[in-house]
Design a protein around this ligand. Structure first.
Ligand code: SDX
Length: 435
């Protein structure tokens, strides 16, 4: 794993009249890092970086983001090229193995994933336990974690064969669970996967087919779904990926780690933003109400934020948002949706925000969640399913990052420290003496 190169310069930290030197490492691209692993042992001090804005938690070869330039690379390949020329399972292979597959490798990978798409028949009983109006992300978090109760032959993380089988099972079964969560929420029977369909078409059919008639996936919508999966597949050390890595560092089984990532993704500041962004556009309703919401987003005393805008890393346009906007127009055109009022509000909101000095100064641009909601709504998904679709796509990224961590001989359990500002030591007072 160790591909970082020690630079011949040392970094140093000086506190008062004390000074400590630490090695500086250079990656292939991106910022150098100061290795402060020995800081506490040598100085008795911790670094303090809530939200990890300046902290590299690991070394990785999977995804690179240049937030200032709006660049996203999966194993070195620009997201624009992968979304344009490849398909989602090719991206899965690339993220897992590090190289684009040859034709025979691609055919074999597709075959292996396709033949893991069914879930254990008893999984369907889990769904009966949920209320029909349960949020699908609650169902997904529960059912992905439950996979570890069925596949005991792929939970030994020390065995590379079991790791790969667990990886294939999750890439293959998460869409099936997602479609089951949707069908359960609308009171329709579950639809089994079909091996003669590609990944995205299979997923759309499991969501929208009914026993009473043949379902023929729309190729334009299937291509759009596949591209949406590619755009959401991985994104460096984001909150949910960091959750998966931390869970995995304790040796937890892969299904439990991915369930932890799914729970984290649900938050509206992260993967829940696509649902929140569409709800925001609906709340704004009409173009003339945009200024009121932009004012609130700029008001320091108002915690309101424009959902779908801003990003911890991108201080330029999220490259995925541009592709998402193009896909949005393709889907609306294919479905003959001419004047979607939400799209009108989104386009006008984007125009206003990109010319507003607050958003320019704080480098707030639309992110991937800004246009995905409009697209997914047009495709027939309820807003509560938007983050589920994000989880379907991100499962491969979580797994690739988990696998990289497990296979790193230097990995150890993650255990951050703290700045303690609580009570100093004091003695217990019996309740009889408390006033
Ligand atoms: C995803 O990490 C990833 O890679 C995530 C993701 C992935 O693929 O995994 O890309 C997916 O989660 C995309 C982001 C989706 N979330 C949203 O769209 C929710 C709305 N966005 C914000 O909540 C916010 O922008 C975050 C959470 C995304 C980032 O939060 P940060 O790191 O606090 O943002 P920042 O430090 O860059 O903010 C700079 C300033 C702050 O003001 P000051 O404290 O400096 O005065 O801009 C403000 C923020 O308050 N700001 C916003 C804003 N986002 C940031 N103000 C109004 N509206 C917003 N949307």
């Amino acid at each position: 794993m160790d591909a970082k190169t020690a630079t011949n310069t040392n970094g140093s930290i000086t506190v008062g009249n004390k000074n400590w030197d630490f090695p500086v490492y250079k990656g292939t691209i991106g910022p150098d890092v100061l290795d402060i692993a020995k800081l506490y042992g040598e100085s008795g001090m911790f670094t303090y970086d809530p939200g990890f804005t300046s902290t590299a938690s690991c070394e990785s070869k999977i995804t690179y983001i240049d937030g200032d330039e709006g660049i996203l690379l999966y194993r070195g390949y620009p997201i624009e090229q992968l979304a344009e020329h490849g398909d989602f399972l090719e991206t899965c292979y690339l993220l897992l193995y590090g190289e684009l597959p040859t034709p025979s490798q691609k055919a074999d990978f597709d075959y292996r994933v396709t033949r893991h798409t069914m879930v254990h028949e008893q999984m369907s009983r889990f769904f009966q336990g949920f209320r029909r109006d349960a949020h699908p992300m609650a169902v997904m978090t529960g059912s992905i974690g439950a996979l570890s109760a069925f596949y005991h032959d792929s939970t030994d993380i020390a065995d590379p064969t079991q790791r790969m089988i667990a990886s294939l099972r999750m890439i293959a079964k998460v869409p099936t669970l997602a479609a089951m969560a949707y069908k359960y929420s609308v009171g329709q029977p579950f639809v089994y996967p079909k091996n003669d369909l590609d990944y995205a078409s299979n997923f759309l059919r499991m969501c929208y087919a009914v026993p009473t008639e043949e379902y023929k996936p729309n190729p334009v919508l299937a291509r759009a779904m596949d591209r949406i999966f590619i755009l959401h597949a991985d994104h460096e050390q984001n909150a949910s990926t960091s959750t998966v890595r931390l869970a995995g560092s304790s040796g937890a089984n892969p299904f439990a780690c991915i369930a932890a990532g799914c729970a984290c993704l649900w938050g509206p500041a992260h993967g829940g933003a696509n649902e929140a962004a569409l709800n925001m556009l609906a709340e704004i309703g009409t173009v003339d109400r945009i200024p009121e919401f932009v004012r609130r987003a700029k008001d320091k005393n108002d915690s309101y934020r424009l959902m779908g805008f801003g990003h911890r890393v991108y201080k330029n346009y999220d490259p995925r948002a541009k592709i998402m906007q193009k896909t949005c127009h393709e889907v609306l055109a294919e479905l003959g949706i001419k004047d979607d009022p939400l799209l009108d509000v989104a386009m006008e909101l984007e125009k206003i925000a990109l010319h507003d000095e607050y958003f320019i100064e704080k480098k707030l641009y639309p992110n991937i969640d800004f246009y995905s909601g409009i697209t997914l709504k047009a495709m027939g998904f309820p807003t509560t399913m938007f983050t589920v679709l994000f989880a379907v796509a991100r499962t491969v990224g979580w797994i690739a990052q988990w696998k990289e961590m497990i296979e790193d001989p230097k990995q150890k359990i993650g255990r951050p420290r703290q700045l303690y500002t609580g009570a100093t030591q004091r003695d217990y007072t019996p309740i009889s003496r408390r006033k």
